[in-house]
Ligand binder design. Structure first.
Ligand SMILES: NC(=O)C1=CN([C@@H]2O[C@H](COP(=O)(O)OP(=O)(O)OC[C@H]3O[C@@H](n4cnc5c(N)ncnc54)[C@H](O)[C@@H]3O)[C@@H](O)[C@H]2O)C=CC1
Ligand SMILES: O=C(O)/C=C/C=C(\O)C(=O)O
Length: 481
């Protein structure tokens, strides 16, 4: 079994009070590591290290920071297989998915932001003979990055890249459920030549370690991805200090399938949108809204396709579906399926836990599930389940589809399936959603704004939005004579 430590000022160390937490592999139920149960004293030490490293790191030439981040990206690439194995063990996701999605994106995130910095410019405002204004973009200081368990290294690097390249120093807190790739990244950070204290890592529970981090008076900004309840709590905690906050939160994302959709493309797309990573991506479509004229044939094809998904041991390269993040989360998801039955829903496929044979028989597996005929007010249409569960609804007009899509508290990512160009533009314009994909799902261009509206978050990350978040603009006026 591994022992994971906090990474502070370039060194690995246990929690100062000595406590530790179990880290389980959700596919087997086995304990695979012990991690520090960090508290305010550990956080204080990590923030002090970040504060101490800030003057040197922020004063370095941009090219120096870009080069070190590129080196770190190269080390992720070189160690991708080992990192994918760790990620899969820690999350229960198929190793193949961890390799093909998580590790590729972790590398791409760091390369993208290192290179984006070379194209970033600041504004100038010419007042003619009176003078000239130029805008400096200054780093903030030590910043907190708090990340969830569904895409651990993917989301940590998504925040780390822009934070570091703009000259900030970092204290990161990964989810207590998935510490392993962050721990590995810390070692690679030393190898890549990140100076001590530039990147620090504290492990532990959200309510103790995470809360101490967001409450720390020297933290100048918090970038958080996770559940909406936690996001709201962080917003309340940081509000009195008026620090910058970026919140990427949950979703209840609709897929709108119109009667002119290409059904082959739609079935393949909905399968990915509904069930990638066992439905544990904030962008997953969890409500399929289908035009009544194609409802029966499309649903028949979807049921067949979903039944064809292979659930089981994440190490088996043939499996597309692994375990959910924990037994507790599996039970929460199963609770929603029970609720669906009570609400009169019809389970078209799945609807239960499964026990793969062999080493995974005690794992947290749930069969991919489609549920029809729920009443409109059912909680399953409204609440984020964050598992392999999709509800189906019919609509008879474009107006009704848009109304159903918008009738939830969330507004993160919608998909629209149609061959009609005008309809695609019209509907995209009316959806209350930070992101709309037409005839596809999770095509990511890292230059684009990423984030949600309503209960799905606050602010945008990606491209220059991330670079702006991690810097403060300062206007300098130079007199004209
Ligand atoms: N990106 C997303 O949309 C995600 C959504 N979720 C949703 O949230 C639900 C709950 O999952 P959790 O693991 O509890 O997510 P969470 O939002 O509580 O955890 C995310 C991160 O925040 C930290 N955290 C928790 N409380 C904190 C606090 N008071 N201050 C600072 N940091 C804190 C956690 O330790 C973790 O690192 C899931 O069932 C799912 O519906 C969960 C993970 C990702
Ligand atoms: O940036 C992406 O491509 C995906 C981000 C996903 C999340 O933020 C999430 O699932 O929490």
């Amino acid at each position: 079994m591994r022992t994971v430590g906090n990474f502070i000022a370039g060194r690995t160390q246990p929690a100062l009070e000595g406590g530790s937490l179990e880290n389980l592999n959700p596919a087997t139920g086995e304990c695979i590591a012990r991690i520090p149960d960090s508290g305010p004293a550990d956080v204080d030490q990590a923030v002090a290290a970040a504060r101490e490293a800030f003057p040197d790191w922020s004063a370095r030439p941009v090219a120096d920071r870009m080069e070190r981040l590129e080196r770190l990206a190269g080390l992720i690439q070189a160690n991708a297989e080992e990192l994918a194995a760790l990620e899969s063990e820690d999350t229960g996701k198929p190793r193949r998915l961890a390799r093909e999605i998580d590790m590729q994106r972790a590398e791409a995130n760091l390369r993208f932001f290192a290179r984006a910095m070379s194209q970033w410019s600041s504004a100038g405002h010419d007042m003619g003979p009176t003078g000239f204004n130029y805008t400096r973009r200054e780093p903030l200081g030590p910043v907190a990055l708090i990340t969830p368990w569904n895409l651990p290294l993917y989301l940590l690097t998504w925040k780390l890249g822009p934070a570091l390249v703009t000259g900030n120093t970092v204290v990161a807190k990964p989810s207590e459920l998935t510490p392993l790739t962050a721990d590995a990244l810390a070692r690679l950070a030393n190898e890549a030549g990140l100076p001590a204290g530039v990147f620090n890592l504290v492990h532990g529970l959200g309510a103790r370690c995470g809360q101490a981090l967001v409450d720390h008076p020297d933290i100048k900004a918090v970038s958080f991805t996770g559940g909406t309840v936690t996001g709201r709590r962080i917003a309340q905690s940081t509000a009195p200090r008026l620090i910058k906050l970026s919140l990427e939160l949950g979703g209840k994302n609709p897929a709108l399938v119109f009667d002119d959709a290409d059904l082959d493309r739609t079935v393949a797309g909905l399968l990915r949108a509904g069930f990638t990573n066992q439905g544990q991506v904030c962008l997953c479509s969890s409500r399929f809204l289908i035009h009544e004229s194609i409802y029966e044939p499309l649903v028949e094809r979807l049921v067949e396709a979903v039944k064809g998904l292979k659930v089981g041991d994440p190490e088996d390269e043939d499996n597309t579906q692994g375990a959910l993040i924990s037994a507790a989360h599996r039970d929460k998801v199963l609770g929603y399926i029970d609720q669906a039955r009570q609400d009169g829903g019809r389970i078209l496929c799945g609807g239960e836990a499964t026990r793969p044979t062999g080493r995974c028989q005690d794992g947290a597996f749930v069969l991919p599930t489609l549920i029809a005929d729920l009443p409109p007010e059912s909680r399953l249409h409204r609440e984020e389940i964050f598992g392999p569960v999709v509800t189906l609804q019919r609509f008879s007009s474009e107006e009704e589809a848009i109304a159903l899509a918008n009738d939830v508290d969330y507004g993160l990512a919608a998909t629209v399936w149609t061959e009609g160009l005008s309809r695609a533009h019209r509907v995209a314009g009316r959806l209350q959603s930070g992101i709309v994909w037409v005839n596809n799902w999770l095509v990511r261009d890292l230059r684009t704004p990423f984030g949600g509206v309503k209960a799905s978050g606050l602010g945008r990350e990606g491209g220059h939005w991330s670079l702006e978040f991690f810097t403060e603009p300062k206007n300098v006026f130079i007199n004209g004579d």
